[in-house]
Design a protein around this ligand. Sequence first.
Ligand code: NAD
Length: 352
Amino acid sequence: MALKIGILLGDDIGLEVVPEAVKVMTAAAEQTGLAIEWRPLPIGRKAHEAHGTTMPPGTIETLSGLDGWLLGPIGHSAYPRNDPTWFNPPLRKKFELFASVKPVRSYPNLPSVHKNMDVVFVRETTEGLTRGGTVVAGNGEFRPNDEISIGMRVVTRRGANRVARVAFEIARTRPRKKVATVHKAPTFKLVCGMFAEECHKVAADFPDVTLEDVLIDSFALKLAMKPQQYDVVVTTNTFGDIFTDLGAGLAGGLGLAPGICAGEHQAMAQATHGSAPDIAGKGIANPYAMIMSGKSLLEWLGHKRGEPQAVAAAKCIDAAVDRVIAEAKHLTPDVGGKASTSQMGDAIVAVM
Ligand code: NAD
């Protein structure tokens, strides 16, 4: 059966990098006999111009019936603050996309702070401190008087257990088979304590995977000094938000930082970078992050839906991207090349 995948361009460079991901995924699907039904859907500034809202109701309804989708970056800071029709699409919460999976990898011939990095971050995305994740209404913060502000952090056994399970499942497929659970349980005995307890419970179901506890402050040092020691890292929402960006920075920057947000039944491909208004329209955005996010979506759907052609298509993209990077003839300026966004996408397709 065809995979139903939505295309949500987002804003600014989203209009340039998402079409490259679609182009590469389509070529890989043709190679492996995978059928994909694409569903372009309006979102962001273009949707506001056409429908008066950044997230038209039809978009949400259609997403419910899809296997997954590509979401381009949303240019939040360009949105007028007091206009209720502009909002950050609540897709993670609405579709229970609870695990943000972000592979961070350095390449020998590209500039990076560290070489030989190959880490997968798994961040919980529906709980913790982050606005919208903690409460049904409101934003999880309040100010009882002008001298005090209070923020709530939520960890549930279910939330911790399911994200830990994603981390162990990924670790099981990797050569080193190691998970580091990052928290501060000795200090935050209840919230971090519960997260760590659930990671240990899940570990019992994966005797082939090694689990290590790392305190968040010590992790900051160890990641900065020797990130090569980590394989799969699982952590709570806000810790993960910060450390996935640090990981991306150590391995080569935002142009090389892909990701997916996965739930029980659906997943969304979303690169770490924002909409980069400073380079939008110039045709120089690096499409790697969005292309590799699309690749991860195919891999995830392939395993979830039992579609070997989708897993094969993901492998095909991996191999082609590796070759284009190793040859270094069609790279965008952020990684030292001279190619345009579409020339890099074309080169990946040509290799396939
Ligand atoms: P940004 O990630 O858009 O840009 C930071 C820097 O990295 C810029 O110099 C940019 O040119 C560069 N960069 C980013 N992606 C690149 C790519 N693919 N290739 C080459 N260079 C790239 O962060 P920002 O400038 O802080 O935010 C811009 C807008 O994006 C804001 O409106 C912000 O709210 C929004 N944002 C959205 C998301 C999202 O939707 N996931 C994430 C972060 C920021």
